[in-house]
Design a protein around this ligand. Sequence first.
Ligand code: SF4
Length: 409
Amino acid sequence: MGMNETPSADRVHIGFFGRRNAGKSSIVNKVTGQELAVVSDVKGTTTDPVSKAMELLPMGPVVIIDTPGIDDEGHLGELRVRKAKQVLNRVDVAVLVVDATLGKTNVDEELIHIFKEKEIPYLVVYNKSDLLSENQKINADFPDRNQEPFIYASAATGQNIYELKEKIASLAVTDDLKLRLVGDLLEPSDFAVLVVPIDKAAPKGRLILPQQQTIRDVLEAGAAAIVIKENELSNTLETLGKKPKLVITDSQVFAKVSKETPKDIWLTSFSILFARFKGNLKTAAAGAAAIDRLKDGDKILISEGCTHHRQCDDIGTVKLPRWIRNYTGKDLEFEYSSGRDFPEDVTKYNLIVHCGGCMLNEREMRYRQKCALDQEIPITNYGIAIAYMQGILKRCVEMFPDVRKELDV
Ligand code: SF4
């Protein structure tokens, strides 16, 4: 990600779906004004979707996801449908491209059914409308205009492409009431102390995304962010001259930071703030209690939102399993998932511990949480699990009374 870009997780995600012959990629290219190469439109090649972050007027920062053509041909067809369904867990708006001269097929209907089920705002684009005969225009498979948002367009002639963008924009209206990361806890002129360990797992020369976003939100609230390493906390608190409103720490150094932060100063972690931001703090806090119910032989899924972050990787695959084993004293089995590969069936697990999910958008985090809850599997996250095992979770959610209340039940 470039220095000045909107984080991918905060962009409106727009997914394009359709059969290979519907001209989906041509529509995507017309809408974006760019060539997004979906090699998968060639028969027998990859089934992976292609994502691209861009500025798209009149919407602003978006991520365009072009999925491989969905056709009902044997194994590859099935794979494509499955991948497309995975994409649906993270799109905010779905655009289904249909060949106007052929009308909708069963696969299209199946997708529409899923859009509705997942409550994803969607739009059907009848492409190739320039090829419709007069007769077809009157008689052919016209959609029920009262039921379904649709538009006739043509990638070949550019007909209605502008209107199509406007329609997508109207579906992509984002929720203005979205929760803040931390800014709502601070008043102008407050201090927030951020504790950021710089160990060998930290990326060279920069801060990771959750830390950058938190600093940005502190500044947006008109407050001051003081960023320190864990060894400087006591000294900083002594010399500051004024109490900080809150201390936000990396979960790995929770124990030390909790000990050194006076009880009358709020203490929380980056992962707790992100869980709230993504709307899953309450569930994650309740899920952490399942750690106490683990038995010998139980299975735990450790799930990460991306595949390439050494810092989280080290916590997920090495430290967390060790801490959970030590805390429970049980003989536990750990399995791991990363990136987009969150299993649909999680029934074999007794607990899911998810990372902070900073690279996943709110919809995808909500989906994962729902998946777990529907199958009655407790789900928590790294920071919350760590705070729980160290006996400081209640303290770390003190500033969120509704969540704090849950933990007393
Ligand atoms: S593993 Fe999770 S918390 Fe860590 S960087 Fe990736 S998405 Fe963010």
